[in-house]
Design a protein around this ligand. Structure first.
Ligand code: T1G
Length: 686
């Protein structure tokens, strides 16, 4: 299916019909082109184009972008529509994005339903609009709105689009309204391409480029979209269209577009495995622990319309839990995300209590208590006693052994890990940790919750740190090694921010607290390889009470006012420790810092794959981007490794072995991929 065509009187109706969101592939482009000729043979005074189902059109079919462009090309189709003697009206019934919006912009008129959205999000896929978005939008809305649309990719709601001049009207029935437009009036509407381009405005271009420098450093497409608009101001329309198209074709083959397309589809592929039993319908859950994580999880569940019984150990805990969730609800209201009525509905669905029997009917309980095995076992024993034998019991632990917790319950098959990331109601990643005895039903319940909360679910096996924290621990170790051997936290953070992280590892550690890493290292003392180099600086920081921003000083000092300053004591610590260790410190370049930290993560991630802790390289990409801030426009850690080339990665890690053969022991998966000349994306256990 691609479009359906009907005639009623002198009105032709064209419906874009390619479920689920009318992506515009080659068949639809051909059918649209044919429909223009068809319409010209029907004695019509208009064609109304609309979308079947919930969308008008989601844009060009991004699955075609890896291959050569297939005719007819969308700009040519839209040129035919725009210049036909039968005027087309877009009845925008839902989202009109990318090429979908461009179809609408090429129509003579645009009438949208109140819930419609119109946007040019191509930059989120690493490209620019390729069918007139950079040239037509500005002719309708003026420069500032058009620049924001093409460079930031944020869609306009119908009311915003009307105000901006992008559409002519908002109607509950856009198709019916389009059919009622006075023919005379319709014939007087100037085709978009004939409208004058706006005057050049230095300030507008400077402003958007300044915004991009802050919001999307390193990303190419937004800047090129702005360039296409700017160049279009002084070119004939057709020439400007050719320049836009050339930019689109160039970018779609580039690393950043490939990376962003990879993330787009990987995120949508993150679903419950087909072989799991049908997901249960969840209407209520129990959450144990009303601290930061528990309150965040409870708020996320309340926001997904679940009833929540939040269990605490005593009345003080109950009051604290109530207050923590209440704060999140109030913040939702103050930020305009929740009406007071909606907020009250959340409050009405929340029960905070010490009485576990209140949760007797909950099909799922999520434990989010203190990270101590004894505490967790005690909680699971109480859940075992209070909930039904079929209830699924989940722990939010970020590193403790899920199998050990499961073994303490009557039926370990009901136990799994649901590892949320702080803030739990905002971070999209959810690691679904499968214990040795976790049943398919338990996993199906975990995925069902993840879907309800609109999380990105990733299946993880049991090991210290599962997927994300295990890779992150190696990242931190590599950073401390570079620090010990020559760089400063400031230099390391700057290097990783230049690579694309919003924040470097030292600033992140100051935010989360150095005591967390300290506890992790103490936990690993008993099992750490005695031959593995150990960097003691972070321990000394904790022993000095430098726990991070929460105490005003960690790797940096926070003298108030929001900024951070380097702390000479920290640099002295490194010098002292390096002296004790007899190390000749090195001045690492930014590239050398990035290479060491990223290769360390790639090597560890390859071992995570080798051990079956992660199911695929794409899953590791989801974890690193949605849980740890790896730059999305690099496609996630393993996609980035494939961009570097596995052979190059192996060669560089091998070279680093001369510095430390233990830390740089090459993962067998990397060796295997290099040997078989396969990408990490395509790696499967032999
Ligand atoms: N191409 C291919 N498949 C697409 C697609 C697209 N543009 N958009 C969605 N899908 C698939 C998606 O993979 C999923 O597949 C299913 O549709 C439902 O999507 C020339 C060059 C429209 C807001 O960037 O933002 O036009 O998993 O789960 O949550 O200038 O999809 O079911 O197999 O996301 O309701 C520009 C991308 C393209 C918009 C709906 N357009 N899509 O969200 O459903 S470039 C975009 C979205 C372009 C032109 C340029 C969302 C949505 P599956 P979904 P949803």
């Amino acid at each position: 299916m691609s479009i359906t065509k009907t005639v009623d009187g002198r009105t032709g109706f064209v419906t874009l019909d390619n479920p689920p969101v009318n992506a515009i592939g080659q068949p639809m482009r051909q059918a649209l082109l044919d429909a223009v000729t068809w319409a010209e043979q029907q004695d019509l005074d208009r064609v109304i184009v609309t979308g079947a189902g919930r969308a008008f059109a989601a844009g060009a079919d991004a699955r075609e972008f890896d291959g050569d462009p297939l005719e007819p090309h969308l700009p040519d189709v839209l040129d035919r529509i725009e210049k036909s003697f039968v005027p087309w009206i877009a009845a925008i019934n839902g989202v009109a994005l990318g090429g979908g919006a461009e179809i609408a912009l090429a129509c003579r008129m645009r009438i949208a339903s109140p819930k419609a959205q119109i946007g040019l999000p191509e930059v989120t896929l690493g490209v620019v609009p390729g069918a007139g978005g950079t040239q037509r939008a500005m002719r309708l809305t003026g420069l500032e709105t058009a620049l924001e649309m093409v460079a930031l990719g944020k869609p306009l709601r119908a009311d915003e689009a009307l105000k901006a001049g992008l559409i002519h009207a908002i109607e509950d029935d856009p198709v019916g309204a389009a059919d009622m437009v006075n023919t005379e009036e319709l014939s007087c509407v100037v085709p978009t391409w004939e409208l004058p381009a706006p005057e050049h405005d230095e300030g507008a271009f400077a402003a958007i480029r300044e915004t991009l420098a802050k919001r999307s450093p390193g990303q190419v497409a937004p800047l090129r979209a702005v360039d296409a608009v700017e160049k279009g101001l002084s070119l004939p329309f057709d020439e400007a269209m050719r320049l836009e198209r050339a930019t689109f074709l160039e970018l779609k083959q580039g690393d950043q577009a490939r990376a962003l397309r990879h993330m787009f589809f990987a995120e949508r592929a993150a679903k419950a495995p087909d072989d799991l039993p049908p997901a249960p319908t969840l209407t209520e859950v129990a959450v144990v622990g009303g601290g930061t994580m528990g309150a965040g999880i409870a708020y996320a569940c309340l926001s997904a319309r679940l009833a929540v019984t939040l269990l605490e150990t005593d009345e003080d805990g109950v009051a604290r839990a109530q207050a923590n969730v209440g704060k999140l609800i109030d913040a939702g209201v103050s930020r305009g995300r929740l009406t007071e009525e909606a907020a009250q509905a959340l409050r009405d669905r929340l029960t905070c209590t010490t009485d576990y029997s209140s949760a007797a009917n909950a099909p799922l309980a999520i434990e989010a208590a203190f990270e101590d095995m004894a505490v967790k076992k005690e909680i699971f024993a109480k859940l075992d006693a209070a909930l039904s034998p079929g209830a699924i019991l989940a722990t939010n632990t970020s590193y403790l052994d899920v199998d050990e917790i499961a073994a303490s319950t009557k039926d370990p098959s009901r136990v799994l890990g649901l590892h949320f990331f702080a803030p739990a109601h905002i971070m999209r990643l959810l690691e679904i940790v499968k214990g040795a005895k976790t049943s398919p039903e338990a996993l199906a319940t975990g995925y069902a919750l993840g879907k309800l909360l609109r999380k990105v679910p990733v299946l993880a096996g049991v090991c210290d740190g599962f997927i994300g924290n295990r890779i992150y621990s190696r990242y931190r170790e590599a950073a401390d090694t570079v620090f010990m051997d020559g760089s400063t936290p400031w230099e390391i953070d700057e290097a990783m921010e230049a690579f694309g992280y919003a924040m470097g590892p030292y600033e992140v550690a100051d935010l989360s607290g150095l005591d967390i890493g300290y506890a992790a290292r103490r936990r690993q003392d008993a099992t750490r390889d005695p031959n593995r180099r150990y960097i003691p600086i972070a321990d000394r920081m904790v022993e000095l009470g430098k726990l991070g921003k929460k105490v005003g000083a960690g790797w940096y000092r926070y003298p108030g006012g929001g900024g951070k300053v380097e702390d000479p004591i920290v640099a002295d610590l490194a010098l002292e420790e390096a002296h004790f260790a007899g190390i000749e410190r090195t001045e690492y370049s930014e590239d050398e810092i990035v290479e060491r930290l990223v290769l360390a993560m790639i090597n560890e991630a390859a071992d995570v794959l080798a051990e079956g802790i992660a199911q695929s390289a794409a899953d590791i990409d989801l974890v690193t981007v949605f849980g740890y801030g790896f730059p999305r426009w690099r496609g996630g850690l393993m996609h980035y490794a494939d961009t570097l080339g596995v052979a190059h990665v192996v060669e560089r890690i091998t070279a680093l072995q001369s510095e430390d053969p233990v830390a740089w022991k090459l993962s067998p998966v990397l060796a295997n991929c290099a040997e078989r000349n396969v990408t990490l994306a395509d790696w499967t256990p032999a």
